[in-house]
Write a protein that binds this ligand. Structure first.
Ligand code: PFF
Length: 436
């Protein structure tokens, strides 16, 4: 232990913005809108909200309780609540998960740096869709360009993390998150007022319950986990920097509300524009970096700038939460200074990031392993430790701030049942479905 007094985020607003910053990221922008359209529109949104409410949110509470009650990193927290057991080994899985995600995530963050610069300089105006696809493919198949952009992205992430919880992460999140919402609303307004936009709105909203099957439910849950940054210790670590009077129920519910709201806004920013251009949506990089730049550039010079700035900020607030998991571990467990710890992990993530940038195979393995293996194991362990190793009265006391929060007290019996039974069973079912 460093022996110093642990930093904290300060105000409640800052904690919620930091947690929402971790949650809102690439997952909201390039996966959620497409998944909604593919899996039955409003019907999928309903399933997503139910899965988030009954499985993802209880896991969020577990991580938050572990972090806040112990004020420690993932290893320290698990050791504190289950001393002398093997549960703390989950700390290795969480570290590996955060390390892998931050590395491949930085590659995509780097692309947004690249495209932000391009939207300032060339603006994509006058390009055809084919030409834009060519730019992206040329960029990703070159070596130095993605690596240079990844270095910038990871460098900014590290600079923020090195400044600390309050002056770095907290300050960045509380200024940037409101800006992020304003920017996405501007794009939503532009996009939904285009001719033919109603087809995109219909794609997102028309409920088709016949598309709700096992894989759709598994997809909703997997997306809920990824989107709320669960299972790799992010929520646990951030919660360890909460003030003791903070309320786990309040911060969890607001984070989930902002996260879902932003994902739906992203859908309304993207799909109406895609349909109004007479195109079919796709998922992932091809949508964001091949199709959208051209469509948005037709809406005015400033729109691609706002769009790539939105992606960049959303990705930065997520990547810094993963880097913080690694840094907090070194600081808490090894007594290394924050600056040194950040530098060490900057170097390690940079190396794996470079490998991901040049090898799409390694990139896909990292992507697959993180959401299907590391996050699932982590989420299961957090639910089991809180639901089965901690006593009901201890969890209740933490959840209700020692009995002072009456709202938390009122919902606790339901939350306890979800933590103990529903969440672990749900995780096992999705993990098996996804792996098969
Ligand atoms: N929640 C982020 C997103 O939706 O893009 C991704 C993420 C961040 C996953 C932090 C995991 C994590 F620990």
């Amino acid at each position: 232990m460093s022996g110093k007094i642990r930093e904290n985020f300060g105000s409640r607003f800052t904690v919620v913005m930091a947690l929402a910053g971790s949650a809102i990221g690439l997952g909201n922008i390039w996966r959620f809108p497409y998944m909604v359209g593919e899996h039955g529109g409003a019907a999928f949104i309903i399933i997503y909200v139910l899965c988030s409410l009954f499985i993802a949110l209880p896991i969020f509470f577990c991580e938050s309780i572990l972090g806040k009650s112990t004020g420690k990193d993932t290893f320290g927290a698990l050791e504190a609540v289950a001393p002398g057991t093997k549960w703390k080994n989950e700390g290795y899985v969480a570290l590996l998960g955060s390390f892998v995600i931050v590395s491949f995530y930085s590659v995509v963050g780097g692309w947004s740096v690249d495209f932000l610069i391009r939207s300032f300089t060339t603006g994509f105006a006058g390009e055809t869709l084919g030409e834009a696809a060519g730019i992206f493919q040329k960029m990703t198949s070159s070596v130095w360009e993605p690596i240079a952009c990844l270095t910038v992205f990871l460098g900014i992430t590290a600079l923020i993390v090195a400044r600390g919880i309050e002056k770095g992460i907290g300050r960045f999140a509380k200024v940037m998150m409101p800006l992020l919402f304003i920017m996405i609303v501007v794009i939503v307004i532009r996009s939904c007022t285009l001719p033919g936009a109603e087809k995109g709105i219909e794609y997102l909203l028309k409920p088709d319950f016949s598309k709700i099957d096992g894989p759709a439910i598994a997809a909703a849950l997997g997306q809920g986990f990824f989107s709320l940054s669960l299972g790799v210790g992010c929520v646990l670590t951030y919660s360890s920097y909460m003030r003791k009077e903070e309320n786990v129920l309040y911060t969890g519910v607001w984070t989930a509300v902002f996260d879902t709201f932003f994902a739906i806004l992203a859908g309304f920013a993207i799909m109406p524009a895609v349909f109004s251009a007479g195109l079919e949506p796709s998922a992932g990089p091809s949508l964001v970096y091949e199709t959208l730049p051209v469509i948005f550039s037709r809406m005015g010079r400033i729109v691609p700038v706002i769009f790539f700035l939105t992606i960049l900020i959303a990705a930065l607030t997520s990547s810094m939460s993963m880097l913080e998991v690694l840094v907090t571990w070194l600081v808490d467990q090894k007594g290394i200074s924050r600056r040194k710890a950040t530098l060490l992990f900057f170097c390690a993530c940079w190396v794996l990031g470079c490998v991901c940038a040049v090898s799409s195979k390694v990139f896909s393995v990292c992507d697959f392993m993180s959401s299907n293996v590391f996050m699932m194991i982590g989420a299961l362990v957090f639910a089991l430790v809180v639901g089965w190793k901690m006593s009901r009265s201890e969890v209740r006391s933490q959840f209700t701030n020692y009995g002072t929060s009456h709202k938390a007290g009122a919902v606790f019996p339901v939350v306890w049942f979800l933590i103990k039974w529903v969440a672990p069973a749900g995780i096992v079912i999705i993990a098996v479905t996804n792996l098969l």
